[in-house]
Design a protein. Structure first.
Ligand SMILES: [Zn+2]
Length: 430
């Protein structure tokens, strides 16, 4: 099976390939077989990319997808209010069906805006059936997903082992409760389990006040030998300089969620401090009750904030596009498979409409993507060479039926939790 994506403006995010003002990408058996100004591929099916930007799919390294039914209601929440609302009030009422629908529609939304790879940071884990439902949804959504399991309980080993047996080596990660939400002993045990099972690790950390315990989470983990290059630290705002250096020394990755961090008061996104330490961060959405789910706005916030913090700029649009693609792939251990338009990688491609009035004319495609891009531009999405969106429409997805089911799920959870829908509910922080 051969497909030629022909005549687009190619933004490869691969320094060897560079940008091609007019280029062809040949897909063979789901992989990128050739990239060039002109690729000869007689007999291949042709996708006309004239007037389109052809770029690698985005990688979101941290999203709590199960919360999709409550999209938007937390726009005004602080971090403490979010914890009370989502974890304290809504989560106890989630059934497997609710998890399934949240994960499915959340994953589909991400895919529709060009997120071909997504790490689902799952912590609606009161019962094993919820995890099974989350995984089922990720399997049904036609994107590349990593199930990052934040299991809870006195001993998570049986449950993590059970789920590990169902997923591929690169399809699962362990979401740590972390030193700030449990104890360092628990954290050490969880990391040991991850290493034993060959799982990458993701953990939320924060250096400032307002977190339940532990002001030096990274130092504590370093002292126990728990840092390595298979670990991603989410947020990391306000970490002391020495702890940032520890992350760099150990080769850890960092996932920045700029919109949530700013809006919830976690602090300034640490893009610049991470870069100064030699860490190229990835980007993530975090939670959709609070912020939008697309990587365009996420890139723009990261870009604008960092440019604002450093007089004279420094950070470039190309840097930021790298964070949202290849650095995300690296953080998921998937950079040999995805994250750039490189021969041999899977064909995870996004075609943007470069003739849309909102970005036309496109003279600097990387600049247009980062400074002015939006989900409305996403014309086509391919995952491992398979078209999942064409001509602005998702393929093989019955959105009206899924929408109806998600609304039912939302009404039921809200009623059980005793919260209003349709207003601007702000819980009391406790
Ligand atoms: Zn998070």
């Amino acid at each position: 099976m051969r497909t030629l994506v022909r005549g687009g403006m190619v933004v490869s995010v691969d320094p060897e390939v560079g940008d091609l003002p007019r280029g062809d990408v040949l897909i063979e058996d789901g992989r990128i077989a050739a990239v060039g100004a002109t690729v000869d591929a007689a007999g291949a099916e042709v996708v006309d990319a004239t007037g389109k930007i052809v770029m690698p799919g985005f990688v979101d390294t941290h999203r709590h997808t199960w919360q999709t039914a409550f999209r938007g209601i937390g726009a005004d929440w602080t971090f403490d209010q979010y914890r009370v609302a989502v974890h304290g009030t809504l989560k106890p009422h989630y059934r497997p069906e609710d998890v399934y629908l949240g994960n499915l529609l959340g994953r589909i939304e991400a895919l529709s805006s060009g997120v071909t790879t997504m790490l689902d940071w799952f912590h609606c884990s009161d019962r094993p059936e919820n995890a099974d439902a989350a995984i089922q949804a990720l399997r049904e959504a036609p994107g590349r997903s990593v199930f990052c399991y934040g299991a809870i309980g006195p001993d998570i080993t049986p449950e993590i082992t059970r789920v590990r047996a169902q997923l591929s080596d690169d399809g699962m990660a362990l979401g740590l409760r972390g030193p700030q939400l449990s104890t360092m002993d628990d954290t050490a045990a969880d990391v040991a389990l991850a290493r034993e099972l060959g799982l990458r690790v993701s953990v939320h950390v924060h250096g400032a006040t307002g977190w339940p315990s532990g002001r030096r989470p990274v130092a504590g983990m370093r002292d126990r030998g728990l840092l390595d290059d298979r670990t991603t630290f989410v947020h990391a705002n306000g970490l002391s300089d020495d702890q940032v250096a520890m992350l760099a020394d150990a080769g850890c990755s960092v996932s920045i969620s700029p919109d949530v961090e700013l809006k919830m008061g976690l602090g300034w996104p640490e893009t610049g401090r991470m870069l100064a330490a030699g860490i190229h961060p990835s980007l993530s959405i975090d939670d959709c009750p609070s912020v939008g789910g697309d990587m365009f706005s996420t890139m723009r916030t990261a870009f604008s904030v960092q440019r604002g913090l450093v007089t004279g700029g420094g950070l470039t649009a190309r840097d930021v596009l790298g964070f949202a693609t290849v650095e995300g792939a690296r953080a998921c251990g998937l950079d040999a498979r995805t994250g750039s338009i490189t021969v041999g990688k899977d064909a995870d491609l996004v075609l943007l409409d470069a003739e849309d009035p909102s970005i036309f004319p496109v003279g600097n495609p990387v600049g247009s993507i980062v400074a002015a891009g939006h989900p409305g531009l996403v014309d086509s999405v391919f995952v491992a060479g398979k078209a999942v969106k064409r001509g602005g429409r998702l393929l093989g997805v019955d959105l009206p039926a899924l929408r109806a089911r998600l609304l039912e799920s939302r009404e039921r959870i809200a009623a059980a939790a005793g919260i209003p829908i349709g207003g601007s509910w702000v819980p009391e922080a406790r």
